[in-house]
Each structure stands twice: as C-alpha cells, then as structure tokens.
Design a protein around this ligand. Structure first.
Ligand code: LLP
Length: 400
C-alpha cells in the first residue's frame, strides 16, 4: 500500500517542506516482486545505489537481503559504512582513475572494469590473483531517452564488444581471472527483448571466458510514472531469461549466476517530494503555482522532460483547475505545464510522486537554497534520516 495523502500531509506538516519522504515497505515489496519473479533462476540483485544513497536506505536494502552496486569509490565506502560485506558490494566503474580500482581491490569488493587501459593496468598489477568483471558495450539501443541510453554504439560506457580481440589479448597476456561479464543498456527499458538481445550478445562471447561465474545484465527496469504508463514486465523477463539460459548451456560447463542492478525499480515509487505553494500567478498563458522547490531538488522534469504525478494534499476534494507547477529558482524550472489539479491556494502542499530514484540524489544547492530534509517511514513510524540544510552548510567548505 502506498503512503496515503493523509500520512504525507501529517509528515510534511511535522517536518516542514520541502521534504523527501520514503516508504521502506515499498522497497521491500519491490524486492520481493523481483525475488518471486526470478525464483526459478539463480539470480542475484545488486541495488544501484546511485538512485538514492541515504545510509538508512542502504541499511534497509541490506536488511532485506539485497546486495549493492556502486558507481564511485565513495558509494563503495557508504555501502561498507552501512554494513554491507565487501563480497556483497559491486563497483561498476566508468571512466575512473586506476587508483580508485586499486582502492576498491584493497577494500575487497567486486569490480567491473570498463576500459581496456584499466583492464591492462589491473592485469599487470594483480594478474590472476583477484577476480574481476568486464563491463561491455553491447551496441544495443535501449532506454527511455538518449540521455539514459548507455549500450549503443556511440556510448562512452563499457568496452565495445567489437573489441573482443583486444580484451582476449589482455586476458591471456596477464592471465586475468574474469569472473563476471556486465552490460547495462540504459534506464526506463520497457521492452523485455532489449534484455534478451543483450543476453544473445553475451552468449556469443561467453565461450572465451572459461572461469566465468556470473552474467550481469545491469539495471534499467521501467517503472510507471503516470497512470497507464507501461512498465517492464518483470515476470515475462524472468521467463525469457530462464529460457535463454536453458537454451544456451555454458560450453565451459560452469554454472552461471544471473545478476541485475535495479535502481529505479526498488526506490522510485518509494519516494515522495512534498512542497508548499508560495505564489499563485494568473497570466494569459497559464496559471502558475510556484512551489518552494525547483530543479535544485528534483531535476528530472527539466533534465529528461520526465513526468511526475502531482497532487494537492491540502485540497483533495477541490474542483479541478489547470495549473503550471514551477519552482522558485532563478531559471526556468517547470515541473509540469497545464496540469489538472484540485484547486490550489497559496500555502497548499503539493506532492510529487516517484521521487525516490534520482530525486534527492541529484539535488544541489543551486541559488544557495537548502537541500530538503529526508524522512523514512518504516513499520508505520516516520523518522528524520537527514536534516534540512542550515545556513552554515552553505559555508562549511569555503575558506573563511
Ligand atoms: N547499473 C548501471 C551500471 C547503471 O549505470 C545504472 C543507472 C543502473 C544500474 C540503474 O539503472 P535503473 O535501474 O535505476 O534504471 N538519472 C536518470 C537515470 C540514470 C541512470 C544511470 N545509471 C533518471 O533519473 O532517469
């Protein structure tokens, strides 16, 4: 059950706005959906924590038995801080300095390497002594928009599969222990066949990697942002993955575990951003409802033209009117244009849905505004898991 408008209103009134509110129960339920769907396949899920890294969210993810995927050495350290064992942490790197890979190796976590040059450095330093994964670029176009498509033939991510000869030369020259092959084609992938195409690409090259233990299909499951929106059919995907692996027995005889790195799927629907309407402004073009937030708090609408459902928590039965919901940043920051909402009065609280993934995490202090507070609801109890910034936070790293 999603949090009710009444609950959201109560929490926002208690903690003030703007505030991110997260529902731990939703994360648990989404993880359980994955586990149930993939019950027939030996599958492991690593939460792509770039979506939301609050330490309390990470602890919850750990407590429900999910592993974690990181995109920087700092995320790795946050995961360790949250109590994850090194073996349950995956560091899928891209474009990083080799020193970060050395640090990840010292910390004992799993690593996916995404360039020939880092693979060579890794081989020279560790040879066969430390198992490693390779992030490949499968040359597949997938994902909801070009900004979040990562597997196509112009993408910076991964080592292009067409450079397999070079990969194999390095593996053989340094006796590398390749334990995992990874691809991630993008975010918001509604078409299950994109994953199947990825599997086909991987099966072509698996025979070359005799010590392989897992195949990592990345994240990117699409969640619905508005009513009627398609979502990745997880059950169908699980079925297709099971069939694909049954049809392609590993020629090296080794059992292959299937890994996924879901971010949005686990936390998008768990998050709500509640804001207050500062100003109503009627113009010839539209009626603006200006809230005490902006793309400094939720950048997805401006950055990806993303749609976030909005509701007026303070007037749930009010007559429908048309508003354009905008922020208070000194730059155009439109959340929604000409949206039907229950009548808005100044002081009303508006909620943005699906704000859990890449919401707070992509927020900033632009215009020297404070980052919002974060509140976690667990077993019906709400608690503050990050206080709102205070003025000193704006100055704390500056030479005074
Ligand atoms: N694995 C890798 C290697 C990734 O790069 C990503 C996301 C994921 C997993 C998780 O993807 P997800 O399941 O969350 O779709 N900020 C954008 C999404 C960018 C995703 C970046 N990488 C947005 O708000 O739509």
């Amino acid at each position: 059950m999603p949090l009710t408008q009444q609950q959201l209103l109560g929490i926002a009134t208690e903690y003030g706005t703007p505030v991110y509110i997260y529902d731990a129960g939703h994360i648990t339920a989404q993880y359980q959906r994955l586990r149930n769907a993939f019950a027939k396949t030996d599958t492991r899920f690593f939460y792509a924590c770039k979506a939301l890294t609050n330490i309390h969210i990470l602890r919850h993810i750990k407590n429900i038995g999910c592993d974690v995927d990181c995109s920087s050495i700092n995320e790795v350290k946050l995961a360790l801080h949250a109590g994850f064992e090194p073996g349950t942490i995956l560091y899928t790197s891209n474009g990083i300095h080799f020193s970060e890979i050395e640090e990840a190796q010292r910390l004992g976590v799993r690593i996916n390497i995404d360039s020939l040059s880092n693979l060579e450095k890794f081989g020279k330093k560790y040879g066969h002594s430390y198992p490693v994964g390779i992030r490949l670029r499968p040359n597949i176009m997938g994902g909801g928009n070009l900004k979040v498509s990562t597997g196509h033939d112009k993408s910076k991510f991964g080592i292009p599969v067409d450079q397999l000869d070079k990969i194999l030369a390095l593996v053989s020259a340094h006796d590398l222990f390749i334990q995992n092959l990874h691809i991630h084609t993008g975010s918001d992938i509604k078409d299950v066949d994109i994953f199947v195409k990825g599997i086909d690409v991987l099966f072509d090259i698996i025979p070359h990697f005799t010590e392989l233990e897992s195949v990592d299909l990345g994240g990117g499951f699409k969640v619905p942002y508005k009513e009627g929106d398609p979502e990745t059919d997880i059950e169908r995907l699980a079925q297709k993955v099971a069939e694909a692996f049954a049809n392609h027995p590993n020629p090296n005889g080794k059992h292959l575990q299937v890994w996924f790195e879901p971010g949005k799927f686990l936390v998008s629907g768990a998050g709500y951003l509640v804001t207050e309407v500062n100003v109503l402004k009627e113009t010839a073009a539209t009626t603006f409802a200006g809230v005490n937030s902006g793309f400094n708090h939720l950048i997805r609408p401006m950055f990806y033209d993303a749609y976030h459902r909005i509701e007026n928590l303070s007037n749930p039965t009010g007559a429908k009117k048309t508003y354009s919901v905008v922020g208070n940043i000194c730059e155009t920051d439109t959340f929604a244009w000409d949206r039907e909402l229950n009548e808005i009065r100044e002081g009303d609280l508006l909620v943005f849905y699906n704000a859990g993934a890449y919401g707070f995490e992509m927020s900033s202090n632009f215009n020297s505004r404070f980052k919002p507070a974060e509140v976690l609801v667990e077993n019906g109890e709400a608690r503050l898991i990050r206080r709102r910034d205070v003025f000193e936070d704006l100055l704390k790293n500056q030479a005074l």
